[in-house]
Design a protein around this ligand. Structure first.
Ligand code: GAL
Length: 666
C-alpha cells in the first residue's frame, strides 16, 4: 500500500463542481487516501431502502483519477431524523432516565433491536455496493466508539442485555449474590429479572455491580462493532477494517475492540479547546497516547484524524505554531504510525464544527497550514514508506488495564486520585529520559522487558500474581504501587493483609494507610526530601529493603518505598503517589537496576524516539519548544534527508539513520 498521508473529506458539504479542484489540490500535496461518509447516512439513504450512493461513487471516482484511494465509514454514529421518528426508542437514556434527543450525534442506543435492523439494512446495501469498488480499500465502523457514550445507555433494552450478560457470566442468581456481596444493604436478588442497570440511586452504588456494568457496557460496544464488521467482511472479503480510537479514553476496552480490527487507528488532537499547557507538556501527553495505541495490538497503526489547525466547537483552541502540526505528525510516525490522515480537508461553513479548522480555511484558499502540510507530505513520504510496519524497540513497559481503571473510577479513594495520572507519572519520568516504553495489557508477554511498571494493581487474581512472580524470578525488575492486591476480580476486598496475593513477592505488609486529604507527606531518600500526595501506605518490610521512608506525620521513619531481590530479579513497592522529582529519582534507580536503556540525553522538551525501518534504524529528535535546541548526536547517526540543522529550530524535527537493523539502546 503506497499510502503515507491522507485527509478526512466530506464532499457532501461542498458543491459537486468543487470536488475536482479539491482532488487536484490533494494530489498536489501528496494525499493518497481519504476517509469519507462516516456521518452521511441521510445523504445516502434519505428514506427507508432508497439508497442514493451515486454521489459517493462520483466522489470516489474523481479522487481515484487523482491517485487517491478511499476508506468508507459506516454512519451509525448519526442516525437520521426519519429513523428516529419511526423508532424514537433508539435515542439513548441516561442514568437519570432522561432521553438524549436527536440534534447532535451519537443519539443511539447500541443494543436497541430496531436500530440494529436499520444498521443491518444500511450496512448490507452499503457493503454490497461499495465493496467491489477497487478504490475502496477499507472500512471504519461508526466513529470513535465510546465517545459521548460514556454512561449511556440505561434504557430497558440495555437493561435486558445486561441481564443476559450476567446470566452468561454467573449462571445462577446465588452466585451473583455472593460475588456482588448483596448481603450489604439488603441488595439480594431472587432472580435475574430483578436486576437493573446502575441507574440513579437514592444514595450509593454497589461497587461490584458497577464494575460489571462497565465491563458489560464495553462488551456491548465491542459486539456492536462486530455486528457490523461481520456484514462488511462477508460482503467485501479482503478489505481492512480499522477504528479511530481516542488514546486514553476508556468507555470501550480498546484491547478487546482491537481484536476485531486489522489494525488500529488513533485520533490525535494535541491542542483541544481547553488546552492551556505549554507545548513541551503536550509532547509527553501525545507520546503516551501513541504508545498506548501501538500497544493495543503491539503493531504499527494509522492516525485517522490528525489535528491540522485550530480545534473548536463553541470555544476555540490556540492556533498551532508554525511547524507544530508537522512536529505532531512526525511524532506519530516516530512512535509507530504507518499513515497519517489529517482532519479535515476544509473548515465547514455550517454545523457544530464550524470552528474545527481544516487544512483549508472556510474560503477554500490554500494558506500557511496547507503549505506546511504539503511540505511535510512531499518531504517525508519516503521516510514514512521505509518505516511501514516497523516498531520502536522498548525494554521498558507499563501495564495498563481497563479493569483496574474502572475499579479506581468507581472508588477513587482520594478525589484527585486518577488512574491515568498515576501511571503517567512513571511514563513521564521515562519520557523525560527518552526511555522507549511500551504500554501493554496484563495478558502480554512480560519477559520481553527488562523493566515493568505495574501501577495500581488493585484487583488481583492468583494467575496474575503468579505471572508477576515468574517475571521477577526470571530476572525482571518490577514496580508495584500503593493500592495493589486490595481486591479480587469481583471488586471484593481481600481478607489477607495488603498487598494480599502479592505480599510475599513484595516482601512486606501494609497494615495501615493514610488517604492524604488536604495534606501532603514527605519522603526522605538519602539526603533528599520529596513531597508526595494523595496516599501513603505504611510499609512493614518482611524481607524487603527500605529505599525511602516517610519524613513527616506520625509515620515519620516508616518505609514508603521498598525493594526486594527475588530470584534473578527485583520487585519495588512504591507506597505513595510519586511527584515528578521523586519519579525522576526512582526512574534513575530503576534504569540502573534493570539495565533498560535510554536513547539519548536531550534538553527538556526535546524528545528522542527510535523506530525500526525496513533498511535501518531511524532516530527522531523532536523539539517541542519554542526555542532552538542543541543536542549532542552520536557520530554513528547519519542525517536523513537534506539536512539536520543544529540547533534544531523551534518545533523542528531532525531525523537520523543507522544501518543496523536493531536499534541500539545504550
Ligand atoms: C473527532 C471526531 C470527528 C470530529 C472531530 C472534531 O473526535 O472523530 O468526527 O468530530 O473530533 O470535533
Amino acid at each position: 500500500m503506497n499510502i503515507q498521508f491522507g485527509v478526512d473529506y466530506y464532499p457532501e458539504h461542498w458543491p459537486r463542481e468543487r470536488w475536482e479542484t479539491d482532488a487536484a489540490m490533494m494530489e498536489e500535496m501528496g494525499i493518497r487516501v481519504v476517509r469519507m461518509a462516516e456521518f452521511s447516512w441521510f445523504k445516502l439513504e434519505p428514506e427507508k431502502g432508497r439508497f442514493t450512493f451515486e454521489w459517493l461513487d462520483e466522489a470516489i471516482r474523481i479522487l481515484a483519477a487523482h491517485g487517491i484511494e478511499t476508506i468508507l465509514g459506516t454512519p451509525s454514529a448519526a442516525p437520521p431524523a426519519w429513523i428516529i421518528r419511526q423508532d424514537p426508542d433508539i435515542q439513548p437514556v441516561d442514568r437519570e432516565g432522561r432521553r438524549r434527543h436527536f440534534g447532535g450525534r451519537h443519539h443511539d442506543c447500541q443494543s436497541n433491536p430496531a436500530y440494529r435492523e436499520h444498521i443491518r439494512r444500511y450496512v448490507t446495501a452499503f457493503a454490497a455496493h461499495f465493496g467491489p469498488n477497487p478504490h475502496v480499500i477499507g472500512w471504519q465502523i461508526d466513529n470513535e466508539l465510546g465517545n459521548s457514550h460514556a454512561e449511556l445507555c440505561f434504557c430497558e433494552s440495555c437493561a435486558e442485555r445486561f441481564r443476559e450478560w450476567l446470566r452468561a457470566k454467573y449462571s445462577d442468581i446465588e452466585t451473583l449474590n455472593r460475588r456482588w456481596g448483596t448481603d450489604f444493604w439488603s441488595q439480594g436478588y431472587t432472580c435475574f429479572e430483578e436486576i437493573q442497570p446502575p441507574r440513579l440511586t437514592a444514595t450509593g452504588v454497589n461497587p461490584s455491580q458497577m464494575l460489571d456494568w462497565k465491563r458489560f457496557h464495553s462488551d456491548l460496544i465491542v459486539e456492536f462493532h462486530r455486528f457490523q464488521s461481520r456484514i462488511l467482511h462477508a460482503a467485501a472479503p479482503g478489505k481492512f477494517i480499522t477504528h479511530n480510537m481516542m488514546g486514553l479514553a476508556d468507555t470501550v476496552n480498546y484491547y478487546d475492540l482491537a481484536e476485531d480490527l486489522e489494525f488500529v487507528s488513533q485520533d490525535q488532537y494535541p491542542v483541544m479547546q481547553k488546552t492551556t499547557e505549554l507545548p513541551r507538556y503536550l509532547g509527553s501527553r501525545g507520546a503516551a497516547a501513541l504508545d498506548l495505541i501501538r500497544g493495543l495490538k503491539q503493531q504499527s497503526f494509522w492516525i485517522m484524524e490528525q489535528q491540522s489547525s485550530i480545534s473548536g466547537w463553541g470555544e476555540m483552541s490556540r492556533m498551532p505554531r508554525p511547524g507544530e502540526v508537522k512536529l505532531w505528525a512526525l511524532q506519530s510516525v516516530a512512535r509507530g504510525a504507518d499513515t497519517v490522515v489529517f482532519f479535515r480537508w476544509r473548515s465547514c461553513l455550517f454545523g457544530t464544527e464550524q470552528y474545527w479548522h481544516g487544512i483549508l480555511p472556510h474560503s477554500g484558499r490554500p494558506g500557511r497550514t496547507w503549505a506546511e502540510i504539503r511540505d511535510l507530505m512531499q518531504q517525508y513520504a519516503p521516510l514514512v514508506e521505509s518505516l511501514r510496519g516497523g516498531m520502536p524497540v522498548s525494554e521498558a513497559a507499563i501495564v495498563y488495564s481497563y479493569d483496574q481503571k474502572y475499579a479506581m473510577q468507581i472508588q477513587p479513594h482520594h478525589p484527585d486520585l486518577k488512574y491515568d495520572e498515576i501511571w503517567l507519572a512513571y511514563y513521564m519520568a521515562l519520557y523525560r529520559k527518552n526511555v522507549p516504553t511500551d504500554i501493554i495489557p496484563d495478558r502480554a508477554d512480560f519477559s520481553r522487558y527488562k523493566l515493568l511498571i505495574a501501577p495500581l494493581q488493585y484487583l488481583m487474581t492468583p494467575e496474575l500474581a503468579r505471572k508477576y512472580e515468574e517475571y521477577v524470578q526470571g530476572g525482571g525488575t518490577l514496580v508495584f504501587t500503593m493500592r495493589t492486591g486490595v481486591k479480587d476480580r469481583d471488586n471484593i476486598c481481600t481478607e489477607e493483609p495488603l498487598p494480599g496475593l502479592l505480599a510475599e513477592l513484595c516482601g512486606l505488609h501494609v497494615y495501615e494507610y493514610d488517604c492524604l486529604r488536604g495534606m501532603s507527606a514527605e519522603v526522605r531518600w538519602g539526603e533528599d526530601i520529596y513531597t508526595t500526595e494523595l496516599w501513603a501506605d505504611l510499609i512493614t518490610p518482611e524481607g524487603a529493603e527500605t529505599v525511602a521512608a516517610y519524613a513527616s506525620e506520625y509515620y515519620a521513619g516508616v518505609p514508603a518505598i521498598t525493594c526486594r531481590r527475588c530470584g534473578k530479579g527485583r520487585v519495588y513497592y512504591v507506597g505513595t503517589a510519586v511527584s515528578a522529582d521523586l519519579a525522576d529519582r526512582l526512574c534513575t534507580e530503576l534504569l540502573e537496576a534493570s539495565g533498560a536503556g535510554s536513547i539519548l540525553d536531550t534538553p527538556e522538551g526535546v524528545e528522542a524516539v527510535c523506530r525500526q525501518g525496513r533498511d535501518g534504524t531511524y532516530y527522531f529528535l523532536l523539539n517541542h519548544t519554542e526555542r532552538p535546541q542543541n543536542v549532542e548526536v552520536p557520530a554513528s547517526w547519519k542525517p536523513w534527508g537534506e539536512h539536520a540543522p543544529m540547533p534544531i529550530p523551534p518545533f523542528g524535527v531532525n531525523v537520523y539513520r543507522t544501518d543496523d537493523l536493531f536499534a541500539k539502546i545504550t
